[in-house]
Design a protein around this ligand. Sequence first.
Ligand code: NOJ
Ligand code: MG
Length: 566
Amino acid sequence: MTNSLTTHPIHPAVPEDAAWWRHAVIYQIYPRSWADADGDGIGDLPGVTARLEYLRALGVDAVWFSPFYKSPQADAGYDVADYRDIDPLFGTLADADAMVAKAHALGLKVIVDLVPNHSSDEHVWFQAALAAGPGSPERDRYMFRDGRGADGSEPPNDWHSVFGGDGWTRVTEADGTPGQWYLHLFDTKQPDFNWDNEQVRAEFEAILRFWLDRGIDGFRVDVAHGLVKEPGLPDYDAELHILDGEVQPGAPKPPMWDQDGVHEVYRAWRKILDSYGEPDRILCAEAWVRPQERAVRYVRPDEMHQAFNFDFLQAQWRAADLRAVIDSSLAAADSVGAPSTWVLSNHDVVRHASRLGLPVGQRRPNGIAADDPQPDRELGLTRARAATTLMLALPGGAYLYQGEELGLPESTDMPASFRQDPTFIRSKGEEIGRDGCRVPMPWTKDAPSFGFGPSEASWLPQPAIYGDYAVDQQDGVAGSTLELYRELLRVRRERQLGTGGLEDVDGFGDDVVALVNTGQGQRTLVLANLGAEPVALPAAATVLVASGALTADGLVPTDTTVWAAL
Ligand code: NOJ
Ligand code: MG
């Protein structure tokens, strides 16, 4: 192959001094599982603060924290009882301030999770709603309805909970009689707010200001596509899949997702964030919305800044699928002037080092149990490294999930008695759920709880093999996954791949994803080989980073991604 590649532009560069969120790499900390300072087996904010240098050395730009607010923890903190306080499990507001101050001193931005679709049933507003009774202004802040049937004993409509079971729960009124029903798209302990209520809108605007005033750089918005429901709450007798975003072809548009009215909320929020000046404070949508043309409406210029690209996360390990999703997501994002925001793992999906070790083409499972078909660990890691190497070469922002930089596999041998995900409980074990990707981090192989905390305690059991993946086993070890991530982030920054233009390269065949990133006016060839045969690089290409070893004669083997200077 010669050095003159035939390429087609698929995405224009943005200026190198573009706003930080257009190209940032953001690391997700799942607070209960990152670092435990007090030894109670649950990660906490002092634990985070003590280890922030690790993230600085990794080379990320920002950290996103899953919820650390006061919460009964019915959904690991996505059931918030007080949006303005920290749960004692994680520390205090002073601990949060100290953590933010240190992160900022290290040059890391801090993004917190905002959960506006629902609160905890232990939130004062919900308790007031229960006490105040039908028709009260307190009830109007949530989705209370009378039941159907002569005695109101049937739920108001047929919506299911995303976690399994009914989407409605009936309350007992103050006088002891069976009463109204309230909607919860998730757990019974997560009542949905009524976003037609002005007090709800005002309250969340005040919550935004509370955290912005504390110096927070942005918000990841939970279930961003769910706040507004179709008027009249029409029946929708289908299983609800938020986590895979799938709507059966031909099925009517779900009345609880992606309603047009939701955008007004984000326009109001954007104005508040913009009023804080530069550098930009940001909103990132967790919106499981298809197709891409609908999804990018959340990142129109006067709405949010970022939206997770879940189509990329869900793509099968096939070159054609990856090429198609890269092309279509950049085109959709470009149509509204937004960056694409790439992601491969988070606290809701099977870790990609395991997901990619499952047979290609099958439906992605929601959790893996010991008696399920097991992922091929070695293949999964090889592909995960190749997938990340591809992802971090793409223009736009990217999110990393704690532990993926170690190549951590999903925990698949967890005894059912440990599982805490409401999905597992509400579906009576039919859905395994998300505990397997939430297991505490291994830091040190030969230490209690693999160095997660000072004691043996760990709220979910750590698989024995996690010791081999510990940070201290990989730090400074050439070829380790941790060193690969550090190298990728260093070269990505050096060559400004996050703001580069992207070109598609011809001539490498169907099983290869071949792209050129034009960051910093240089040409970086990105080649992911998903085919069975090794692939030759162009003669003058100089390899910068590779997700795995090349063959003895310098070819790119199967399931390997290379960055090369042209
Ligand atoms: C999405 C969050 O990522 C998930 O963990 C949570 O269970 C649901 N939203 C409900 O808040
Ligand atoms: Mg702790």
